[in-house]
Design a protein around this ligand. Structure first.
Ligand SMILES: Cc1ncc(COP(=O)(O)O)c(C=O)c1O
Length: 479
């Protein structure tokens, strides 16, 4: 497992580009890219100029274009963000109009119409009691906010010892130090230890890697996995545990959907121990799984939803926490308030982008489109199971992981050196060269991840499958 979870494109040494464009050289010299191994862009031992930074200059629908005019399927919707597709001028126009009307004002004791109207709209579409919207600028801040709220809520309601959180192995919840504590990827955390204390991990719902006795009984596996949460609460002491953070479909590790009955049981465990259930839908909300909020796809009502990304389809940064009315109740009283906030949280231009984005969802029936086509997308990707290197295809909605294995019979995975050779030495670049931007990731076992725009249909599914097929067929030679 590596510490470079986000490095989507890393050219191998045999594809040396002697000189990049002006932009790629300036990027190499001045831009600090996120989760990126910069050494690949530096001068090589042979006196060459290293590899050029890929520069994406334009997007149109489900495609993006680089500075050399090459076209790519945006198989990851940017970074799980671009639900409605690129180049939507009506979102740009809504943002321009808002910037011209009120470019910025904070939500610190004041409010502005875009944040108010968006909060009202979100409360309207969120399930049940989820009614109170707190804006951030991204998903990690939303997770951070939810943990702080959970702690303060219990302090205000006579249970001051409840402060710990439980989350799942290999899950990613963001980079602020609290959210990173909740994250279950040791390699992503080790450079920043000691992190915020009080975060404990339980098994995730990776059925493909489940204990052998559960592999043919998904429901029993789900019950077992849910019970690990109850057990962790008991081990830590129910009076000390504030919240459980779970994604509806866990992204990191390669798309683990919940087994049937899993969330029903988790909800009951949380209720029994008075522990808050936080649904981290940073990726899964806004149609990625099908519904506007993915907890609805799996039939549970959390106490808090955290989300970001698809709310604006990536046209502007915005994250948020939606809390149930019950959690807001103590903050109606006297001098109580939540001493927490961000200058840019609920930025008016971002809220205007979100409103225009949600208008497109409604007008084009995007959630229904995903629900109607998700089965076809899965079936198309499952055709790849005939390749010896493809062990599993899993996910839901427009969100899939394809796990690569060394031996399909035994499910043996690749060691670190083989992963390095396969993912960074070959796959990342080969996929990009084949005209598909997606993620080859080994935060858990090696997977290829897909999360395209929610607008696409069978023709694009076929196109994605055939590009993946040609790259994965050749991958055999690079093992
Ligand atoms: C489930 C989950 N939570 C939190 C985050 C962090 O979001 P951000 O990068 O917007 O801080 C991510 C990012 O991918 C995520 O997938």
């Amino acid at each position: 497992m590596t510490t470079e979870p986000m490095a989507v494109y890393e050219p191998s040494s045999d594809t040396h580009t002697p000189k990049g464009t002006r932009h790629s050289e300036a990027a190499r010299d001045h831009l600090w890219m996120h989760f990126t191994r910069h050494s690949v862009f530096e001068q090589g031992d042979d006196g060459g100029r290293g590899h050029s930074v890929p520069i994406i200059v334009r997007g149109e629908g489900h495609k993006v274009y680089d500075d050399r005019g090459n076209e790519y399927i945006d198989g990851l919707a940017g970074l799980f963000t671009n639900q409605v597709g690129h180049g939507r001028t009506e979102i740009a126009e809504a943002m321009a109009h808002q910037a011209g009307t009120l470019g910025f004002f904070p939500l610190w004791s004041y409010a502005h119409p875009p944040a108010i109207e968006l909060a009202e709209r979100l409360a309207d579409i969120a399930p049940g009691e989820l009614n109170r919207v707190f804006f951030t600028t991204g998903g990690g801040e939303a997770v951070e906010t939810a943990w702080k709220l959970a702690k303060q809520y219990f302090k205000l309601t006579g249970k001051p010892g409840k402060h710990k959180v439980i989350s799942r192995s290999v899950a990613y919840h963001g980079t602020p130090q609290g959210a990173l504590s909740i994250t279950g990827i040791p390699a992503a955390k080790e450079m920043f230890e000691p992190l915020v204390p009080g975060a404990f991990k339980v098994p995730n719902t990776n059925l493909y890697r489940a204990p052998e006795r559960f592999r043919d009984d998904e429901k029993a596996f789900g019950e077992w996995a849910a019970d690990r949460i109850g057990e962790a609460i008991e081990f830590e002491g129910p009076d000390t545990v504030a919240a459980v953070f779970l994604e509806p479909v866990q992204n990191s590790g390669g798309c683990f959907p919940p087994p049937p009955g899993y969330f029903e049981r988790v909800r009951k465990i949380c209720d029994d121990y008075d522990v808050l259930l936080v649904s981290d839908e940073t990726i899964c909300a806004f149609g990625r799984i099908g519904s506007m909020f993915a907890c609805e796809d799996f039939g549970y009502e959390p106490d808090i939803i955290t989300t970001a990304k698809g709310i604006t389809s990536g046209y502007a940064p915005l994250g948020l926490m939606i809390a149930s009315e019950r959690l807001f109740e103590p903050f109606r009283q006297g001098m109580n308030y939540f001493p927490h906030g961000y200058t840019w949280g609920g930025h008016p231009v971002s809220c205007a982008a979100a409103m225009a984005n949600l208008d497109i969802f409604e007008r084009e029936g995007l959630t229904d489109h995903v629900k109607a086509n998700a089965g076809a997308f899965r079936a198309t990707l499952e055709r790849l199971l005939d390749l010896p290197i493809v062990g599993d295809v899993r996910g839901a909605g427009y969100f899939y992981g394809i796990e690569l294995v060394k031996d399909k019979e035994t499910r043996e995975t690749f060691n670190d050196e083989e992963c390095e050779r396969l993912l960074r030495g070959y796959l990342s670049k080969a996929l990009f060269d084949a005209g598909i931007y997606c993620r080859a990731d080994d935060r858990g076992d090696p997977v290829i991840q897909l999360a395209p725009a929610l607008t696409i249909g069978q023709a694009e599914f076929d196109d994605i499958e055939s590009r993946l097929r040609s790259v994965l067929t050749e991958a055999e030679q690079h093992l």
